[in-house]
Design a protein around this ligand. Structure first.
Ligand SMILES: [Fe+2]
Length: 129
């Protein structure tokens, strides 16, 4: 079962952004499946690295769009991006150190973060653009 199912309320009103978001969700679902399979440390590190890189690239692009548009809520939106990247880095450190990861905790926090971020920060941003 997928960790995060795409929901209509995730749509931010920009087709390209929605497509990127749905691709991020697909990657996260792959990571979740790898973890549930009790994938070995190397596979989990690789899947986490892929998720981190794609998410970081997506955020960087979105932050550029916000800077170019002199978006008023840039700082708080960026801070929310950074909180997710920090969480992912902590998890990656743990996995690389001793192979341990708290799958239920990671799944819950990713699910929570994405559902909330799409519906709040991203929806607000793309309404303004
Ligand atoms: Fe965002």
């Amino acid at each position: 079962m997928s960790l995060i199912e795409w929901k209509p309320e995730f749509c931010v009103g920009n087709t390209a952004v929605d497509l990127e978001h749905s691709e991020l969700i697909a990657l996260i679902n792959d990571l979740h499946a790898t973890m549930l399979r009790q994938g070995n440390q190397e596979q989990v590190v690789e899947a986490l690295g892929e998720v981190y890189a794609q998410i970081a690239a997506h955020f960087a692009l979105e932050e550029k769009i916000m800077r170019d548009a002199r978006y008023a809520d840039y700082e708080s939106h960026k801070a929310d991006h950074e909180s997710l990247l920090d969480q992912l880095l902590d998890i990656m450190d743990g996995v690389e150190e001793d192979g341990s990861y708290d799958e239920p905790r990671l799944s819950a926090s990713l699910e929570h973060w994405f559902s909330k971020h799409f519906r709040t920060h991203d929806a607000k941003l793309h309404r303004k653009l």
